[in-house]
Design a protein around this ligand. Structure first.
Ligand code: GLC
Ligand code: MG
Length: 677
């Protein structure tokens, strides 16, 4: 689509990137996509829309949008061939589990979780039925953003352990039939990384082109305006003045996280080398941090102010889906993740795990390490472009649209309506089809707990908390897609009742607080506007057992945890099959034993209900019915359901006319209703 063209809204919506962009804007303002598909709006010209919406969208909206679309004109619009199960890679049926190592288990009592701590708790993961462990950052780092600022990509952070510990952990995962992936943070490095140090020392030298360094205007000493209006995700300008280099440096995140310049071929070669190095050590792949941000529009033009105001981050349209993104990802897959033809075998590989849970022999090394993209802002169509099975880019991506209701952001204090979660996933699955696989996640280290978003203060009512935890587990583990569990979900972890800013540790929370204070808010007011979205909630120590330290540490934890509820630690749940943990274990075991539940087709029941979520998974061996009550009320089951025997459920196995609050059931289908039913 050329920049001169004045397309109709319908044409823009037919373009995958255009569709996602419009859907994103509508979601942001809490409007339905039906607004665009209505015939009157569909035939409207972009220029007309831009004129009508000028007060909201500003002057330059149309050209900004067209520019982004033009970057991706090669985007496929047809649906590629369906992939048969014979070609399905391991991760399509796997259950991933994210560990935030700093808060998982502390082996040496210094209050900081570490690798030997993870090692000591590995059987918990194996017993849960995890297929692949994902470790959030453990590389050497000054920890301005808790390891998401890497100083050395080939060394372990001192407080987490040593390279030898990591080798042991890799082998120990493999021995238990699990794979292991690490976090690859390469949109930026720490400002303490040797590359940046070299670039600062000699901006004209070989490392100067590794980063986005911009000279100031003559006479400028850092007091002049930065090179463009982009803002950082962690408050303030995205630029910092480096006096020693007499240059501005771009940092989309904290000032200590300086953005790499991927246009520089050496940068791409370095990253590919890092990946090969870890693959040779036995690492099975990576989760790629904010990987959709790596390609920035050349010359780094100012961001459109209206788009910036709407999405909260001026400049974002120039890098969230940049012009060379696809090329960089393909290269990285080929040169980094794909095993070189004569590469020596890694020291260990995962043992095969049979459907009954027993272990077999070590598997041959994977030809390609798994690539899981963290891709904030990417919508359904872009998922197909980045993770389409025939695209040769990423394997899976995280789509964040599930995390908040339309018109809401993470910072809003509201109760999440699960009716939207149903709509979101069904729309996503229907549109992606067999064309790409989806990652299913509800919690991670960057978000408050889903249990608390849905329940609010009622998350402290034990019965409701347990029922909803099981319901969410059922959705996450029984829908088609690859589930990513986050530590604590298996024991129904909820948000913390933080009472003061002194309890917060996260750079994002602290910067946001500081900014709100400069805007004149009292500490109490500022805190009230930070806590609903604070990442700290999910970063408090894992609760292993009751008592001080919660079995996490014998020392004083780096981030204090206030929760002391009875019944919500691993030790209290592990021997109780009806606990949340017991439920997770049985659900994952069932998923492994019955291939229909991970790889089977899906048929939705009562599609339009916003209270009942029911679907059938099937393969040649049979059909399974999965049902979830999405509300805290008793609801009636819809009519015409298949006859099915409950196998696992949160409120007993009998399937009567009604469902209890948040009740969930997995049932084996014995017969489909006759047409007269
Ligand atoms: C990702 C990480 C987040 C981090 C940011 C910058 O979003 O998940 O924790 O702050 O990238 O690296
Ligand atoms: Mg420690």
């Amino acid at each position: 689509m050329s920049a001169e063209h004045d397309p109709r809204l319908r044409e823009i919506y037919a373009h995958p990137v255009g569709r996602d962009a419009i859907d994103r804007l509508l979601l942001q303002i809490g409007r339905s996509p039906r607004w665009v598909t209505n015939p009157l709006a569909a035939t409207m010209r972009l220029s007309t829309l831009a004129r009508l919406a000028k007060p909201v969208l500003g002057d330059r909206f149309a050209p900004s949008l067209l520019e982004v679309l033009a970057d991706h004109d090669d985007a496929p619009t047809s649906t590629p061939a369906v992939v048969t199960s014979a070609e399905q890679p391991w991760w399509t049926r796997a259950v991933f589990y994210q560990v935030y190592p700093r808060s998982f288990a502390d082996s040496d009592g210094d209050g900081v979780g570490d690798l030997r701590g993870v090692l000591s708790r590995l059987d918990h993961l194996a017993d849960l039925g995890v297929d692949c462990l994902w470790l959030s950052p453990i590389f050497d780092s000054p920890n301005e953003d808790m390891g998401y600022d890497v100083r050395d990509y080939r060394a372990v952070m001192a407080e987490m352990g040593t390279l030898a510990d990591l080798d042991e952990l890799i082998a120990a995962c493999h021995e238990r039939g699990m794979r292991i992936i690490l976090d690859l943070v390469v949109n930026h490095t720490s400002a303490e990384h040797a590359w940046f140090q070299a670039a600062v020392a000699d901006p004209e030298g070989p490392y100067g082109s590794y980063y986005h360094l911009r000279p100031g205007r003559p006479g400028e000493d850092g007091t002049g305006p930065p090179p463009n209006n982009w803002t950082s995700f962690f408050s303030g300008s995205a630029w910092r003045w480096i006096p020693q280099a007499q240059r501005w440096a771009l940092h989309l995140f904290a000032p200590g996280q300086v953005d790499l310049r991927w246009e520089e071929p050496q940068v791409r070669a370095e990253v590919a080398d890092i990946v090969q190095w870890w693959r040779a050590r036995g690492v099975d792949g990576f989760r790629l941090d904010v990987i959709n941000y790596i390609s920035k529009r050349p010359d780094l033009p100012d961001g459109n102010e209206a788009i910036g105001a709407l999405l909260g981050f001026p400049g974002i349209e120039h890098y969230f889906f940049g012009p060379r993104l696809h090329e960089y990802l393909r290269d990285l897959r080929t040169h980094g993740f794909t095993r070189a033809p004569h590469a020596p075998a890694p020291p260990s590989t995962a043992r095969e795990r049979h459907p009954d849970g027993t272990l077999g022999e070590p598997l041959p090394p994977d030809a390609v390490g798994v690539m899981v993209g963290e891709t904030p802002g990417v919508g359904v169509e872009m998922t197909r472009l980045l993770a389409g099975t025939d695209r040769g880019e990423l394997d899976l991506v995280f789509n964040f649209d599930v995390l908040d209701n339309p018109g809401k952001t993470r910072w809003d204090d509201y109760r999440y309506d699960l009716g939207y979660l149903k709509d979101h996933y069904l729309d996503y699955l229907e549109r992606v089809g067999h064309d790409a696989r989806i990652a299913l996640f509800l919690d991670n280290h960057d978000n408050p707990r889903m249990l608390s978003k849905v329940l609010g203060p009622r998350a402290h009512e034990p019965a409701l908390r347990s029922s909803l935890a099981k319901a969410l587990a059922t959705i996450q583990l029984m829908l088609p897609g690859t589930p990513f569990l986050y530590q604590g979900q298996e024991i129904a972890a909820v948000d913390q009742d933080f009472t003061s800013a002194a309890e917060l540790r996260d750079v994002e929370s602290l910067n946001r607080l500081a900014q709100l204070r400069t805007e004149g808010l009292s500490e109490e007011e500022a805190l009230a506007r930070v806590l609903p979205g604070a990442r700290d909630h999910a970063r408090v120590p894992m609760r292993w057992s009751p008592g001080p330290g919660a079995g996490f540490s014998t020392g004083s934890p780096w981030q204090p945890a206030s929760e002391a509820s009875v019944g919500f630690t691993v030790a209290e749940q592990v021997d109780d099959p009806d606990s949340v943990l017991g439920f997770y274990r049985r659900l994952i075991a069932l998923r492994r034993a019955e291939p229909a539940l991970s790889g089977g087709g899906m048929r939705v029941l009562a599609r339009r209900s916003r209270t009942y979520f029911g679907w059938v998974r099937s393969d040649a061996a049979g059909d399974w019915l999965i049902e979830v009550n999405l509300t805290d009320r008793t609801i009636r089951r819809p009519r015409g359901l298949p006859h099915a025997e409950g196998v696992l459920g949160s409120a007993g196995l009998r399937r009567g006319a009604t469902m209890a609050p948040y009740e969930c059931v997995v049932a084996c289908v014995s017969a489909h209703p006759s047409s007269s039913d």
